[in-house]
Design a protein around this ligand. Structure first.
Ligand code: EPS
Length: 389
């Protein structure tokens, strides 16, 4: 990230999750409702476990905003963990008398437990799992909620939806981003097709009954993106790479696809690349297809972004896998922590918001200024330049 910077902190069962976002220009209207709306969306979805019934994630904004507009100063937000009430002993910040309860010594295959224990020299793997938990994404969604309020000002529309849960796949025609948002907002699995969604829910039920978990694939569409965000000139400025990093850093995401990448790998170039056309009336270059997913040469090409992420099934299983206790070295079943059966709907919301962070950073790089007015001026001048190109 070059224009924006942010840090998150917080343990899953600690007192709170925190974030600081630095680099937001001054004068951007922000509402608390819009932040809390994204936090609420992240908590929803069929297949979630008990924790989401405990929490009502709410942003407590500590700085960077005055009378509903950004000041250009760092924005700090705190989101309290209600579950902290019953974890105050186990997660006490300060020494406690007696043994800390709920120690974890049997690492879960697929989770950060063993690698983190080896790396940080912890025998109580709770010291790893508390931060590795996807609860951390609460902070990132709040950062994304701030960033998308800047982007929405310039006509960006971001929409995530679920395209696969286990072997149940949606493969329909993709509507506009606005329609995706409208049609999936109340859908339990954020799937566009109610019949397929019913099958997805049955897959989740089956997995839950078997003490198992199930993964899947989400898709994020972004409309209203101007051409020229990112750059071809250097590896770390390529926007496709930056988006892939943002998506792959979401817990449980093991694969990222841009456009139809995995299908295209098996086709000749003539069937892959999107022909270029010119609309003389609108003075605008365009593509009739968008197999590239809106990105060419590490830059946006003016078409909507189409991004996908593949999630492995959650690593905590109620029917645990084979493991070895890190203290006794005896073969043992992996630890059972309370967990979700399926988090693909939540991941699609998280993905929307981390994409918003990356795009806001790229947008500010290109059009950056200290105030929203200055940025608008730069943006409009660029649109004019493209128009007369
Ligand atoms: C999560 C909160 C966690 C888990 C989940 C994500 O709550 P708890 O650990 O108290 O049940 O539901 O974390 C994981 C899946 C994981 O592997 O750590 C959340 O807020 O999203």
């Amino acid at each position: 990230m070059t224009s924006l910077r942010y840090l998150t902190s917080g343990e899953s069962h600690g007192p709170a999750l925190n974030l600081i976002l630095e680099g937001m220009p001054a004068g951007v209207p922000i509402t608390l409702e819009a932040i809390n709306h994204q936090l609420l969306r992240r908590q929803k979805g069929y297949g979630r476990g008990g924790r989401m019934k405990i929490e009502t994630d709410q942003a407590i904004v500590m700085s960077g905003i005055r009378h509903g507009k950004t000041l250009g100063s760092p924005i700090a937000i705190r989101i309290e963990n209600k579950d902290w009430n019953v974890w105050q002993q186990e997660m006490s910040l300060w020494p406690i008398s007696g043994d800390p309860k709920r120690e974890v010594t049997s690492p879960r295959p697929g989770h950060a437990d063993l690698s983190g224990g080896l790396k940080y020299n912890f025998k109580d793997l709770r010291n790893v799992l508390e931060r590795a938990s996807a609860r951390e994404t609460t902070s990132r969604v709040a950062v994304g909620a701030l960033c998308r309020q800047l982007l929405e000002h310039f006509g960006f529309v971001l929409a995530g939806h679920v395209v696969a849960v286990g072997d149940i796949c949606w493969d329909g025609l993709r509507p506009s981003a606005k329609e995706i948002l409208e049609r999936t907002e109340e859908a339990p699995m954020r799937c566009l097709d109610p019949q397929i969604e019913t099958k997805m829910m049955a897959r989740v039920d089956e997995a839950k009954k078997a003490g198992d978990s199930v993964g899947g694939v989400f898709e994020v569409i972004v409309e209203g993106v101007p051409p020229g965000l990112g750059s071809h000139v250097h590896w770390d400025r390529k926007l496709d790479g930056r988006l892939a990093q943002a998506l792959c850093s979401i817990q449980a995401v093991k694969g990222v696809e841009i456009g139809e990448a995995f299908r295209q790998a098996h086709l000749p170039g003539s069937q892959v690349h999107d022909g270029i056309f010119y609309n003389a009336q609108q003075k605008k270059f365009f593509h009739k297809t968008n197999r590239a997913g809106g990105l060419e040469g590490g830059m946006t090409n003016g078409e909507p972004l189409i991004l996908r992420g593949a999630l492995k099934p959650i690593a905590t299983l109620y029917t645990p896998l084979h493991s070895v206790d890190v203290v006794t070295k005896k073969e043992f079943e992996a630890a059972v922590e309370r967990s979700d059966t399926c988090v693909v709907p939540a991941a699609s919301v998280i993905a929307e918001n981390v994409v918003a962070i990356t795009l806001a950073d790229a947008f500010l790089e290109k059009f950056g200024g200290d105030s929203l007015d200055e940025i608008r001026h730069n943006y409009e001048a660029y649109l004019q330049q493209i128009h007369s190109y």
